[in-house]
Design a protein around this ligand. Sequence first.
Ligand code: BES
Ligand code: MN
Ligand code: ZN
Length: 511
Amino acid sequence: MDIRFQTGGPSRWKADVVITFVFEGEGVEEACPVLSQSALWLGIAPAWRDFRGHRDELVMFYGPQAMEISRVLGAGLGRVDKADLTVFRHAVGRAVRLCREYDLATVGLDGASLARVAERMGVALETLTREAVISAFLALYRYERWKSEKSRHDDPRWLALMLEGEFVEDGVRAAARMAEAEAAGIMLARDAANDPANVMTPSAFAEKAREVAVKYGMTLRVLGPSDLESEGMNAYLAVARGSAEEPRMAVVEYVPRGAEGRDPVVLVGKGLCFDSGGISLKPAKGMEEMKGDMSGAAAVLGVMEALGRLAPSCAPKRPVVGIMACAENMPGGHATRPGDIVVAKNGKSVEIVNTDAEGRLVLADALCWAQNVYVPFRLIDIATLTGACAVALGMDAAGLFSSDDALAALLHEAGMNLGERNWRLPLWTDAGLASLKSACADMVNSGRREGGAINAAVFLQQFVKEDVRWAHIDMAAADNAENPINAKGATGFGVRTMLSAVWEDEGDILQ
Ligand code: BES
Ligand code: MN
Ligand code: ZN
């Protein structure tokens, strides 16, 4: 689907359908005075009689077929005082899905309506435009790769922002372009996480990273088993050993013009292409979901994709390094046994008491490597790390851990604005360490069940140098969803939050 702009007001707009937004209790003259100037029939459309503007409500209004605008799709937003950006995103999602179901090839978004909604909701028009465009893309995303019978309905050919003025304002155009790039990154992440583990192996993931790097002229480094070994990444290797699939750590480096030599933002993603639990085997029920245990790495690659698409117009002021630590956790003959002890890259020894607590082992070495090779301006890891995080926060949120208040605030606020709930949890080092005590090594890899997400975060902290600004995002609960902008399956969670952390530079968020 292309993004287009139509200018000059409603008399010049033309599309198979125009989407307009309606708050609860509004009539046509209140909701869309501008649109109805051109689509005069709209003012007397009979369907208004039953349209209440409730949240989730959709009504199609039909005018004479010969008109330039002969269909208007009203999307209800509910009460103004209750409407937030999530309500808005879902309204857009439902509306464009209906357009696709009706095989409408060209879709307009009533710009006057967007401006009014922005004003009434107290958000900038650029923000609402960005959310509208990204929601349209995300709603239409579907994963049909393996279906021999594809959907009978094609996506709309284009979505046009229909503007009242003669020109497209720079801010609005930039917002739409940014949304398009973000959506591309998210959809790439969703595809990677939805792909089954027999296809999206660590090597296949590294190839995907190569494609992104080549497409945008970024540099790529891939570390295989022998590289990991010579780098002393024994905790990482301990996880991969039980699998016939070799591990791959893919590193994509993007240095925007003018950012050479500056300290980079470093992103590290957990890339467990499949997590069977290893010898500490998981129960059969739901194990298939562990094909998505590389969602962190997928989100990191999604960030690189979005950055590549936006370059050079919206280049960050610093280099960005995406590290994707891929492996498969399997109970093969060479698999790590509970009780095995390994020495991680920073020299700390770990007694692996539970081979299902593998993500932290992989990340521990990846984090060490990141700090050896780079001097991170900020270091952010993202991982489907603990079921305990889902127990703590529910299914639509990620745990956010950082001892840096400013970085935690940045990630929390950016995420909340962008539809990614990053909720700060405490990094209680003393409690975590107490729970990770080992009789024979520096620590065990799995502590008490109580505070499981915190214990995991404290484990990772043992591999981060004290002066490094680091944050950890546990997205175990947020990796899957089903809602109007998310076809059942992977979410691509984290892409938008991390992009904010890349663009934000010393204080001001460059959204
Ligand atoms: N990948 C899982 C965590 C997970 C669970 C992600 C459910 C998404 C949905 C992780 O590797 C894991 O197995 N964690 C264990 C840790 C425990 C052994 C300390 C868990 O959460 O049970
Ligand atoms: Mn596990
Ligand atoms: Zn895992």
